[in-house]
Design a protein around this ligand. Structure first.
Ligand code: ZN
Length: 166
C-alpha cells in the first residue's frame, strides 16, 4: 500500500503540473494584461516600406496631421482604434468624444499599458507625448482638459490609427 502511494502521489503531482502548463500555454496573448507587452522594432527603411508616407511622417517622424483631415475624427460607431504601425489596440470607441479640435479625441486608452507617455518640449511648449507601447510610434498628445471621468484628452492623429467596427 505504501509503495502505491509513493508512485501515485508524484504521478498526480506531475499530471496537475502538466495541466497547469497547458492552460497557460493555451491562453491567448493579450497586450492589455501582459506585464511586458510585445515589442515591434524595425529600421526606418522597413517602416517606410510598411507605412504610407502620411503614416510614416506622423508615427516615425512625430508629425501632426491637419485638423479635420482624418475620417477617423467623425467615426461614432462601436469598435476599436488600433495603431497603424503594429495593430496594438489603443482606444475603444466607448471613450471617444467630440472635442471640437478636429483630431480624434478620447478620455482614456483601452488599457493602461497600451500607450506610453513622454515629456515633449518641442515648439517651446511642455506637452506630454503619447506613443504606442509596442512600436513606439508617435500617436499624439494628452492634455488635462478632457471630460469626466478622467479629465484627460488624448488628442490623436487619425492617420496613426486604424478603426475596426465591433
Ligand atoms: Zn504601434
Amino acid at each position: 500500500m505504501k509503495y502505491i502511494l509513493f508512485i501515485a502521489l508524484p504521478a498526480l503531482l506531475l499530471v496537475s503540473l502538466a495541466f497547469t502548463y497547458v492552460r497557460h500555454a493555451d491562453k491567448p496573448k493579450s497586450i492589455a494584461d501582459d506585464d511586458q507587452p510585445r515589442k515591434v522594432v524595425k529600421t526606418d527603411a522597413e517602416w517606410k516600406k510598411l507605412l504610407t508616407p502620411d503614416q510614416y511622417a506622423i508615427l516615425r517622424e512625430h508629425g501632426t496631421e491637419r485638423a479635420f483631415s482624418s475620417p477617423l475624427n467623425d467615426i461614432h460607431q462601436h469598435g476599436t482604434f488600433y495603431c497603424a504601425g503594429c495593430h496594438n489596440p489603443l482606444f475603444s470607441s466607448d471613450t471617444k468624444f467630440d472635442s471640437g479640435t478636429g483630431w480624434p479625441s478620447f478620455y482614456a486608452p483601452i488599457a493602461k499599458n497600451s500607450v506610453i507617455e513622454k515629456k515633449d518640449k518641442s515648439y517651446g511648449m511642455v506637452r506630454t507625448e503619447i506613443l504606442c507601447s509596442v512600436c513606439s510610434g508617435h500617436l499624439g498628445h494628452v492634455f488635462d482638459d478632457g471630460p469626466k471621468p478622467t479629465g484627460l484628452r488624448y488628442c490623436m492623429n487619425g492617420v496613426a490609427m486604424t478603426f475596426e467596427k465591433k
